[in-house]
Design a protein around this ligand. Structure first.
Ligand code: NAP
Ligand code: MG
Length: 490
């Protein structure tokens, strides 16, 4: 145990041990070796973190927006300076290729910080013409102390999608990372402090969802909960937060369709759907999971696709040339393999992958898997698998494609490929999801609002909308007339 890395709490600008003294062990999913001890933050610890955030709110909320923006840029710079070591650490705890840790997690976090630094100019309210004796105006005020709850699939990027807008808006933060991925964000919080973020503005409480996360959502000192994770936990969070009418935004699960019409540029579509399906081991809420192929191009596309899927370089994620790493944990590995077995038992044919790579003896590796001829109502076409499994579904008409795409309680993302602009617009309007790609797939950029329809969530992150999560609108009415009109006769 002595040689394991320790992940503690970060409260009020200091590294703090958990009050109960409890830690659990996290393994490296690519080696199955114990890797770190993670603190279990108790209710008392959450209390301390919320108090620190509350205290710092009184000062941070009064720092001018342009000065807050400068701190965001300093954090971006410090992430850039430490990109290599942070990417390595992130890969040790997630199992994802170090290329993706560097470019997407750290690189994407930097871009998000830079984008929201610019948003300090967007905190303006408006003046509203009412009548000649009154001026009405809106003030945009920070919502207060926010709880941010993060899943394990993009532990850094998804943290900064929340941290950056909250900070520039003037909020202070208590963040709970996923229990499987707490180490890198803990290190980053220390770096933020060194970069000039005042103490108490960003506090990190690692721990279990049912204890630490629950205590945070219940805490009366929290004004808003920003949650990313599964739909089932999201529903529970929403119920818990309702006790004190906390503001809630939810980014939840997905089951993204990608529709390839017979006039599509197949080479481009194959390329984008490879990344769409297997980037981040498919542990991606917007992953292409229902790959829907028009019957006329079904065979041609599938041949081209499978040939390339088989060439994906899976293995040691710390090597720069590795293209796919290990899934997050043993439990998740079992769950993904069970889904593949279920798919087969429901009639799908495995045309690529389907099992662990024989060359890799240790680690939770699963070959990129393609299941073909999947029934649109089969389990693998409906459940979120959250792993490297793509279900291929044939279709004949536009109406049928739309109906299969919408055959889900989720509504997060989707894609479509056609060279017919009218069809592109028609289908885009008909897909019941919050974020769509046409003739491309994947890549969520901070300038664009991202969030789910239906049971995929409430609210938007990123874009102009993303900052609204952290602002309250106050309306102030000023009377400018000389005398007050009389309502009572006397
Ligand atoms: P999860 O099990 O729902 O957990 C998400 C977070 O909630 C974790 O930090 C978890 O802590 C915490 N949590 C668990 N129970 C809680 C409770 N009672 N109160 C407060 N917090 C609690 O999700 P996951 O397995 O980490 O992530 C995968 C899911 O996230 C997938 O469904 C995926 O689609 C979704 N996701 C959505 C988006 C999006 O933008 N829409 C992005 C990424 C992922 P523990 O880690 O300790 O369990
Ligand atoms: Mg959990």
């Amino acid at each position: 145990m002595a040689s394991l890395r320790k992940c503690n709490l970060f409260i009020n600008g200091k590294v703090v041990k958990p009050t109960g003294g409890n830690y659990f062990v996290r393994e490296n999913p690519a080696t199955e070796n114990d890797f770190a001890q993670i603190a279990e933050s108790s209710k008392k610890d959450v209390d301390k973190a919320v108090s620190a955030a509350k205290k710092s709110f009184t000062t941070w909320s009064k720092v001018t927006p342009s000065d807050r923006a400068k701190v965001l840029l300093k954090i971006a710079a410090v992430l850039g300076k430490n990109q290599k070591s942070l990417a390595h650490l992130n890969t040790l705890e997630t199992g994802k290729p170090v290329r993706e840790s560097g470019l997407v997690e750290i690189g994407g976090s930097i871009k998000t910080l830079e984008h929201y630094a610019g948003a300090h100019t967007q905190l303006n309210g408006e003046t509203i013409p009412v009548n000649e004796n009154q001026i009405s105006m809106t003030l945009k005020e920070p919502v207060g102390v926010v709880a941010q709850i993060i899943p394990w699939n993009f532990p850094l990027l998804l943290s900064f999608w929340k941290i950056a807008p909250a900070l520039v808006a003037g909020c202070t933060i208590v963040l709970k990372p996923a229990e499987l991925t707490s180490c890198t964000i803990f290190e980053i919080a220390r770096l933020c402090s060194k970069a000039g973020l005042p103490e108490g503005v960003l506090n990190i409480v690692p721990g279990k969802g049912e204890i630490t996360g629950q205590a945070l959502v219940e805490h009366p000192g929290i004004d808003k909960v920003a949650f990313t994770g599964s739909t089932s936990v999201g529903k529970h969070v929403m119920k818990t937060a309702s006790d004190s009418v906390k503001r809630v935004s939810l980014e939840l699960g997905g089951k993204a369709p990608c529709i390839i019409f017979d006039d599509a540029n197949l080479e481009n579509a194959v390329e984008a759907c490879l990344r769409g399906g297997f980037f981040n081991q498919g542990e991606n809420c917007t992953a292409v999971t229902k790959l829907m192929l028009h019957k006329k191009i079904y065979k041609k596309f599938l041949d081209m696709y499978v040939k390339k899927v088989k060439r994906i370089n899976i293995g040691d994620p710390t090597k720069p040339g590795t293209e796919m790493g290990a899934v997050i944990s043993k439990d998740h590995y079992d769950s993904v393999l069970n889904y593949i077995a279920k798919g087969k038992s429901e009639g799908a044919k495995v045309v690529s992958g389907g099992s662990r790579p024989s060359k890799l003896k240790k680690g939770y590796f699963i070959n990129p898997t393609v299941l073909e001829n999947v029934d649109p109502n089969a389990t693998v076409a409906c459940d979120e698998i959250f792993g490297p499994v793509v279900a291929v579904i044939p279709f004949s008409t536009e109406e049928e494609a739309i109906s299969i795409a919408n055959n889900t309680d989720y509504g997060l993302a989707g894609g479509l490929w056609t060279n017919d602009i009218n069809r592109a617009m028609r289908v885009a309007k008909s897909i019941n999801a919050g974020y769509l790609w046409v003739n491309t797939y994947g890549g969520i950029i901070p300038q664009t609002p991202y969030g789910g329809f239906k049971q995929s969530g409430i609210g938007k992150e990123l874009g102009r909308e993303g900052i609204e999560n952290y602002l309250e609108t106050k309306c102030v009415n000023i009377y400018t007339g000389d005398s007050m009109p009389k309502w009572y006769k006397g």
